[in-house]
Design a protein around this ligand. Structure first.
Ligand SMILES: *[C@@H]1O[C@H](CO)[C@@H](O)[C@H](O)[C@H]1NC(C)=O
Ligand SMILES: *[C@@H]1O[C@H](CO)[C@@H](O)[C@H](O)[C@H]1NC(C)=O
Ligand SMILES: *[C@@H]1O[C@H](CO)[C@@H](O)[C@H](O)[C@H]1NC(C)=O
Ligand SMILES: *[C@@H]1O[C@H](CO)[C@@H](O)[C@H](O)[C@H]1NC(C)=O
Ligand SMILES: *[C@@H]1O[C@H](CO)[C@@H](O)[C@H](O)[C@H]1NC(C)=O
Length: 950
């Protein structure tokens, strides 16, 4: 056997053991791991495919700058020429425009039917009456204010020309430049051409008074083409308001939907002359920036602002210098631009939703892996063999971090290699920091969530719901809030506390930066962009880091306190334990209890009460030679839904010295398993306690585990690890190293008959039931534990392996205390030095097998089979042998009697049978000593009889 000089394994030995086991385990799972890592590749390829389709769609001729076949030199052969002139309005966006057309600067004017009138909302008497709307003669209204009213009003007079129409010139553009020309067409999203000139709506000439029927058509030359443009005269109206806040109020109301379905009023613009005087020109201007064909955030309404400035400048000049001096605003035009391609980075557009799915995909994987060990009780099994929580957490965490990092690196590398702008344009160091923080948070959350699951399937389903849920909620609930600038940022911040949303926000920011970067041809996100207030990345990083720092300790704490499936729960304040006052010493507590237990003793059998006395003695004078001492251990399961409380163990006192194998017999449901569960730390006792090697099972379970071995009733094994790997792992946990470890594993495999034919190197999942059983026994014995619990170790074994196993146990019990439960009387007789029969939660008797047989047997069993007519004679014969004989069984000629040993001599029985043979035919007969089985049945029956009486 392995030498016993080694102490409990250190933190790093345990961590090392777990690490090696996990690596082996993962090597076996290489295929599913490869699939996992390839998942991002698959998604990225899918994106590239979709991107390709989108690109080919965008590059179709109808989306590109228009071309035509033109006969340029008149020789009858045409050449393909492309350009704006051959394009439709949809196509001009991509055309080269070397010299953009000029057009007269326009003023934004509301449509006649929308112009400001007197209403309930704006009850100003100087506004025109509502009737003008029906005739279309409403004036274009401008509001004016300033510090000096007389000055302000005379400036406003000059805003609109009073002169009559003079549109008679060969240079039409120049002529138009001297007029105030307005349009009510919404401005477009490109500045290539002013939409007013291609729409069928008239332009307005705004002046103080209009002659009747002043509407006509003029040709306007715009570079290469000429448009015939309808022009109409409109009156300009200026109204004085006493303060800028009044103007504000009026404009604000104009924006609102009134009682009717229409906008209440619309105003061309407003001027505040502030402190303007002859020496100082100071003015602020209101204009309507939302007046555009709403497709994007491109503020092309700005192109109609220059005219408002020109108007007021000329008004001021006219006041100072008279009508002769003016500044002409000749035209406006766009910057020249080269041909552009329509670019739409699909990966960035879908980025938030798609990549959230990819990243969160790891969550169910980690969760199921954690729950798997819990569901299969492997975590408890490891814990019972000395694996501390610290190493377990550290190694599991490191392992998941490794997997997650590999996954994310593959994701980013694949994405970059196949050219997704999402990855290429954003700074890699920001991406690294973001993903790194997120995967840490995700692992911590998985640990926390795993505590509440005990079934892999449930965990995995819930995990996947989280994956799709956070993507979809992020895309359709959260993102609209982010986009809506008026939504309070505080609430966004609160929503980002949900990790799915913070992930979504981060990815969304990446995709926004990549998308605009790609469209405009600049970089994506850089570190300096983090200071941008609209960029949510900084807050997301902070939220996630803080959450990680909080969730991880909380998960550890909850795991210790709830301990669902990982052993004894600790008290909520377990970490304060060391600071508390030590409990009372043994003897002080003892004196309190003694009186109570005396009364109890009266009702117990002598042997059981002797054991109790012995335990009490041991409590007063602890004796290190006793491996296991149970002191009045009780377990009561509380009643549920009206059922009464269940007493599983009612005050068990037991002392098992080292070198002894104590056998526990008992019918099913007698409480044996409850007892073992308490001793191995799966449940905590209701009252009383147990000491293993002098350590209390209520408080020192963690230390007890290092010197304990357990062979549970159901084999707790990893299907994909071999027997040898199991033993190596548990051997390392028990601090075996190097040659000693190899040797111990070899010996152990040999001893349980798993060595030959390479059985030890096959996966445990392929073992038969018996082989698993033997492996479990070998595990419980490896590393020389001082105390071993075996729960029905030989069930399902063939006789040869069973004998083999018995030899192993016999050898093993030399210097350790073993508690073994079994249903096989044979096993109990072979292995156990002492037996206890456990019925209905308490021990009925204790003793070695011989004593028990003597005590409870004391009879021979005599069986005789004759024809049924001779039954009476047989009974008479037996009565003659022993008057106290007791018939225990009778069926058609076969009878069984119990003969008290002190009344009968075996020789007499033989003689009587010989005599009987001569009188009547005897088919069969037999005489047997009591077996342990008889004892067991008798004890159990008596105990039940007593219980039903009481
Ligand atoms: C207002 O402006 C007029 C004309 O420019 C000037 O005569 C007058 O003194 C100004 N009033 C004040 C209070 O400055
Ligand atoms: C331009 O002036 C000429 C003569 O001066 C006149 O006949 C013509 O009708 C005018 N055109 C317009 C559009 O006013
Ligand atoms: C500004 O333009 C929008 C869009 O055309 C319009 O709904 C709104 O009433 C205008 N506001 C004012 C004050 O004219
Ligand atoms: C223009 O008006 C603003 C607002 O009243 C004022 O703060 C500023 O000093 C003025 N500028 C000049 C040059 O008077
Ligand atoms: C906006 O532009 C589209 C085409 O670019 C046009 O069909 C639509 O009528 C415009 N909307 C308005 C309100 O002018």
């Amino acid at each position: 056997m392995a030498e016993s000089s080694h102490g409990p394994a250190s933190f790093f030995t345990q961590a090392n053991a777990l690490l090696r086991k996990n690596i082996t385990f993962q090597k076996r799972n290489i295929r599913s791991n490869a699939v996992l890592v390839a998942f991002p590749l698959f998604l990225c390829l899918l994106l590239v495919l979709i991107q390709g389709i989108v690109n080919s769609e965008l590059n179709k001729p109808e989306n590109r700058c228009g071309c035509a076949c033109v006969d340029t030199n008149g020789d009858g052969e045409c050449v393909t020429v492309c350009g704006v002139q051959y394009s439709t309005m949809d196509q001009v966006g991509t055309c080269p425009i070397p010299s953009p057309p000029k057009w007269p600067a326009l003023l934004q004017v509301p449509r006649p039917e929308n112009r400001a009138v007197r209403t309930d909302f704006t009850p100003f008497s100087d506004l025109p009456a509502e009737s003008c709307r029906s005739t279309g003669s409403c004036p274009a209204t401008v509001l004016v204010t300033g510090h000096n009213r007389s000055l302000g009003e005379s400036l406003a007079e000059n805003l609109f020309a009073s002169s009559s129409l003079t549109l008679n010139s060969s240079d039409m553009l120049n002529a138009l430049a001297n007029l105030i020309l307005g349009s009510d067409t919404p401005s477009g999203s490109t500045n290539f051409i002013e939409p007013a000139f291609v729409s069928d709506r008239d332009l307005y000439i705004i002046q103080q008074k209009c002659p009747p029927n002043s509407s006509f058509s003029v040709p306007i030359q715009l570079d290469s083409f000429t448009v015939q443009q309808g022009v109409r005269c409109t009156e300009g109206l200026h109204i004085w308001r006493s303060s800028s806040s009044m103007i504000n109020d009026e404009l604000f109301k104009g924006f609102r939907q009134g009682n009717s379905e229409r906008k209440v009023n619309e105003i061309v613009g407003a001027y505040d002359f502030l402190n303007t005087n002859e020496n100082n020109f100071n003015v602020s201007i209101w204009y309507n920036s939302t007046y555009q064909n709403a497709t994007g955030g491109n503020p092309s309404a700005l192109v109609r602002v220059p005219r408002t400035i020109n108007m007021v400048t000329n008004a001021y000049l006219k006041l100072l210098r008279g009508a002769a001096v003016k500044i002409t605003l000749d035209f406006v035009k766009e910057m020249p631009k080269p041909e552009t391609k329509l670019r739409l980075d699909f990966s960035s557009l879908l980025g938030g939703l798609f990549f959230t799915w990819v990243v969160v995909q790891l969550f169910p994987v980690i969760l199921s892996s954690l729950v798997y060990e819990k569901q299969r009780n492997l975590r408890i099994m490891m814990k019972m063999h000395g694996l501390g929580d610290g190493p377990y957490w550290m190694i599991s965490y490191a392992y998941f971090l490794f997997i997650s990092s590999a996954y994310m690196i593959c994701f980013v590398v694949f994405g970059s290699v196949i050219g997704l702008k999402f990855f290429r344009l954003n700074d890699y160091s920001i991406q690294f920091v973001f993903y790194f923080i997120y995967i840490n948070l995700q692992i911590a959350i998985s640990f926390l969530v795993a505590i509440f699951f005990s079934n892999v399937k449930t965990a995995s389903v819930i995990g996947h719901i989280c994956v799709f849920g956070s993507g979809l909620l992020g895309g359709y609930l959260f993102q609209p809030f982010v986009d809506d600038a008026s939504f309070p940022r505080g609430w966004i911040f609160v929503m980002e506390m949900f990790p799915g949303f913070s992930l979504y926000r981060g990815l969304y920011e990446f995709s926004q930066y990549a998308f605009t970067g790609n469209l405009v041809g600049t970089d994506g996100m850089r570190w300096k962009d983090l200071s941008d207030r609209a960029n949510g990345m900084k807050e997301v990083l902070i939220i996630m880091s803080i959450e990680w720092l909080i969730v991880l300790p909380v998960a550890y704490y909850v795991d210790q306190v709830m301990s669902l499936g990982s052993g004894v729960r600790k008290r909520p304040l377990f970490f304060l334990q060391n600071f508390k006052q030590r409990r009372l010493p043994f003897f002080q507590r003892k004196s309190l209890r003694r009186r109570v237990s005396k009364v109890f003793v009266q009702m117990e059998k002598l042997d059981v009460s002797q054991e109790r006395e012995k335990v009490e003695q041991l409590m007063l004078e602890p004796d290190p030679s006793h491996g296991i001492v149970c002191d009045n251990l009780k377990k009561v399961y509380p009643g549920k839904d009206g059922t009464p409380e269940k007493f599983a163990v009612r005050g068990l006192s037991l002392a098992v010295p080292r070198g002894e194998c104590f056998g526990m017999l008992g019918p099913n449901g007698a409480g044996k398993t409850s007892f073992i569960s308490m001793m191995i730390g799966l449940t905590s006792p209701t009252s009383g306690t147990g000491y293993v090697q002098g350590l209390d099972i209520r408080t020192d379970m963690d230390r007890i585990y290092t010197s304990m071995g357990v062979c549970p009733q159901h084999d707790l094994l990893w299907d994909s690890l071999s027997g040898r790997e199991h033993l190596l792992f548990y051997g390392r946990l028990k601090n075996l190293k190097g040659a000693a470890l190899t040797q111990a594993v070899e010996d152990s495999l040999k001893s349980v008959n798993l060595f030959h034919g390479g059985v030890g190197d096959k996966h445990a999942g392929k073992y038969s039931g018996g082989m698993k059983r033997r492996l479990s026994v070998a595990i419980s014995l490896i590393g020389d534990p001082k105390v071993v619990y075996m729960d029905e170790p030989s069930t399902g074994l063939d006789p040869a392996s069973r004998n083999n196993l018995w030899n192993v146990v016999k050898r093993a019990k030399q210097d350790r205390a073993i508690i073994l439960t079994t249903h096989s009387m044979e096993e109990a007789e072979v292995l156990c030095d002492r037996l206890g029969i456990f019925v209905d939660g308490s021990l009925q008797c204790i003793g070695n097998p011989k004593e028990l047989k003597a005590r409870y047997g004391g009879t021979y069993v005599f069986t005789m089979t004759t024809s049924s007519s001779q039954e009476e004679e047989v009974e008479n014969m037996v009565r003659k042998l022993s008057p106290a004989a007791n018939k225990i069984y009778h069926i058609s000629g076969t009878q069984k009697f119990e003969l008290p040993k002190q009344e009968v001599r075996i020789a007499d029985v033989f003689r009587a049978v010989e005599q009987a043979k001569s009188k009547f035919p005897i088919q069969a007969w037999g005489l047997a000593d009591t077996t342990l089985e008889d004892v067991f049945i008798k004890v159990a029956r008596d105990a039940y009889a007593l219980n039903t009486l009481s």
